[in-house]
Design a protein around this ligand. Structure first.
Ligand SMILES: C[S@@+](CC[C@H](N)C(=O)[O-])C[C@H]1O[C@@H](n2cnc3c(N)ncnc32)[C@H](O)[C@@H]1O
Length: 367
């Protein structure tokens, strides 16, 4: 990051009584330099870029993510707007994206997923800021994206192949001679551990966005802060009293899972082994009891009153009383039957509304 931008960022954070430290185990970490009271806003940020979660069955306005009175962009036929106000506010960026999408064969446009669009918009915004068409500010600049962790060296071959294919599509859409395939692939890897699902007040995902300042905040399974969204703005609020010089943490995943389930999700998605206070209790009576409440499937032996927990060797789920193993397939079937029942219940929240940001269907067995 440029020295002057870095100095601006330090000042910006200092004004909000925050500072960034580099911890050996965690990398950049956000600390508070004051006492914070429950509910206080610690940090807020508008997205550097964001896109709605459009699917074949539901579309949202590109400006405000609303679903009413939508009209398709007559140019690209991909993006929707609820009216001229949203269309105008997005036009500086969309006119370039529109041109690029229009060039793309109609058949290939169905592969333009929200993640692909997020990447296309990222490079268009970077170029427009470089060309001074869009303003660069302390908290809204590509240098902050460059500083995000990517874990490129730890990604397996299969994942890398997927990123390479996605990078090829982005390259085909953009046709920017200055953009290199490796940088696009690395940015996909950054999205994977830094992008956020933008949710409404009932935690229903509406879109995805990149909030590079909020992305400095590390994870804890017993966090002291929570990330919520006010429309598209990310707002980090204190969940309790936070004392001066503490690290600010949020949870990246659904915290209502057993320690093994949480650790598996964090390792797969964010490539780290969580050593928070809650995870350090793994295997202790309190942890086993808590995990049982959260994920306690019944033992298949009807006479046994034990509960099942994930077997650390991944074979399935083991009864904590009689040690009987129930296979993964059997537990998955149970979970899916439960899901069907809960989805049929009209007033219950949908599974999607309570799932983690980047839900892994085979690990998220909480319904
Ligand atoms: C959104 S970034 C958080 C900021 C990051 N520390 C940095 O240097 O930019 C997520 C990454 O931070 C690291 N991280 C977050 N929480 C952690 C934790 N509790 N323990 C170890 N590493 C953590 C992991 O590498 C993870 O993939």
């Amino acid at each position: 990051m440029e020295a002057s931008l870095m100095a601006d960022l330090q000042r910006f954070l200092q004004d909000r009584c925050l500072s960034v430290l580099n911890l050996p185990q965690k990398g950049r970490s956000l600390f508070t330099t004051r006492d914070i009271r429950p509910g206080e806003v610690i940090l807020s940020q508008n997205p550097y870029i964001c896109v709605p979660n459009n699917t074949s069955s539901e579309s949202r306005c590109d400006g405000c993510f609303k679903t009413n009175n939508l009209k398709k962009c007559s140019g690209c036929q991909v993006v929707w707007y609820c009216g001229s106000s949203c269309q105008k506010s997005e036009w500086k960026l969309h006119r370039h994206e529109c041109k690029a999408l229009t060039r793309l064969e109609k058949e290939k446009r169905k592969f333009v997923t929200p993640t692909i669009r997020l990447m296309v918009k990222l490079f268009i915004k970077r170029n427009l800021q470089n060309e001074k068409v869009l303003l660069i500010t302390t908290t809204d600049n590509y240098s902050l994206v460059e500083a995000l962790v990517s874990h490129m060296s730890e990604i397996d071959e299969q994942q890398m192949l997927l990123y390479a294919q996605m990078a090829n599509l982005v390259n085909l859409i953009l046709q920017f001679p200055s953009v290199d395939l490796r940088e696009i692939a690395e940015n996909f890897s950054k999205f994977s551990c830094n992008a956020h699902s933008i949710c409404d007040s009932e935690l229903r995902p509406q879109g995805i966005g990149l909030f590079p300042l909020v992305s400095i905040i590390n994870h804890s399974c017993s966090p002291n802060a929570v990330l919520v969204f006010e429309e598209q703005m990310a707002v980090v609020r204190a969940m309790g009293n936070i004392s001066k010089d503490s690290e600010i943490t949020i949870s990246y995943i659904e915290t209502a899972g057993s320690t093994l389930t949480r650790q598996k999700s964090l390792k797969e998605q964010y490539l780290f082994h969580c050593q928070c206070a809650r995870c350090n209790n793994v295997g202790k009576p309190h942890d086993i009891e808590e995990s049982a409440i959260l994920e306690g499937y019944r033992c298949s032996n009807e006479k046994c009153t034990g509960f099942l927990l994930r077997d650390p060797e991944e074979k399935g789920f083991v009864c904590q009383k009689c040690l009987l193993l129930r296979s993964k397939e059997e537990v998955k079937k149970l979970a899916s039957d439960l899901k069907t029942v809960s989805e049929k219940a009209p007033a219950s929240p949908s599974a999607e509304s309570i799932s983690c940001l980047f839900c892994f269907p085979d690990t998220c067995i909480y319904i």
